[in-house]
Design a protein around this ligand. Sequence first.
Ligand SMILES: *Cc1c(COP(=O)(O)O)cnc(C)c1O
Length: 413
Amino acid sequence: MNYHIDTLLIHAENVPEKEQRSTTLPIYQTTAFKYNSCEEISKVFNGEAAGFIYSRISNPSLDILEKRLTLLEGGLGSIVTSSGMAAITATILTIAKNGHHVVASNSLFGGTYAFFDKTIRELGIETTFVDPSNAEQFAKAIKPNTKAIFIETIGNPKMDVPDIAEIAKIAKKNKIPLIVDSTVTTPCLVQPKELGANIVIHSTSKFINGHGNSLGGVITDCGNFDWGSDKFKHFKNYGDKYGQLAFLAKTRKEVFRDFGACQSPFSAFLMTIGLETLSLRMEKHCKNAEALAKYLSQHKKVKGVNYPGLKDNKFNSIAGKQFGGHFGSLLTFRLKNKNECFKFIDSLKLAYNLANLGDAKTLVIHPASTICVEFNEAEKKNMGVTDDLIRVSVGIEYADDIVNDFKQAFEKI
Ligand SMILES: *Cc1c(COP(=O)(O)O)cnc(C)c1O
């Protein structure tokens, strides 16, 4: 049966546990797995038999979550990680080595930007940052040693929306994978594979978990990239042995395993609980964000609202096309200055002031003084971060209550 995503979120790979008949994900809270003979364990170690060895490498709870996320992305296979950053680290360090080059969007989640700009530059992997709303810039930045293109579905906090299909064409022409971080859109708004992406990443700490109760990430290989090409000579051993699974095998057996980036089985359980309501929540998140964006755009104390769902937004048409008429739950707006932003945020009663997004609760933050405080003025400009800017991750509360909370805060400034 070909089920709709709303059904897959609940039932994919949710085979009731064989012996005890549990209908929720069994939590295999074990470090290692016992074998009855030396011969048996040695076969698992050298790949002659399937089996779990040690939970840093794989675990039955995580295996089920990986299979479900793979189905949701229409992919070949997935690796679930301890956080979104762990997913990005494992992916990039598997693909790119000392002397290699990556082209990345200049409007990325702060942690990802710093990873490319500082952490891996020191390891000898160079990144060129380009404006993701201009696909040609990716083509221009590609060099002979470029091994990947990295973008986000909606830049955060800039709220810019790249044309994923156009960028995918450039990646394909150059025989390099397009890696798409789809954290803020989730599989409910877009399957990046359909637009030509090769690897999809999520921080499942955000919408997939949905309740701000655990960290996690996932890497999905869409199964549409040739890892056997000359550009990926460093994949040869894995290609010979694992064929199309070369990337997943190399990632799991090297960076993922050796950096200890595994997720706890209990977090995997929480992720599957989150997944069951993802579709419902995304509908409400997007609807509430639209309502708040409209309210803010008519307010005289607001200098500007940045939400792709507003008709006059530069990215309204591409976002609508790519994300099935949805526009996400993140928006930013500008007040007079930093002081006014601080006063406004401090006056909110319902919304939480914290550094997360994708929670059921409405969250606000002043990016310039918090999540982007490490960046210089030019970098902040590229990321669309100004002193007068507030970011909102609109929750799933009753829409009027969110708007009324903002209304009462405006009265205090
Ligand atoms: C939060 C986030 C990350 C990092 O994920 P963690 O789970 O916090 O490590 C990466 N990309 C995007 C778009 C994010 O919002």
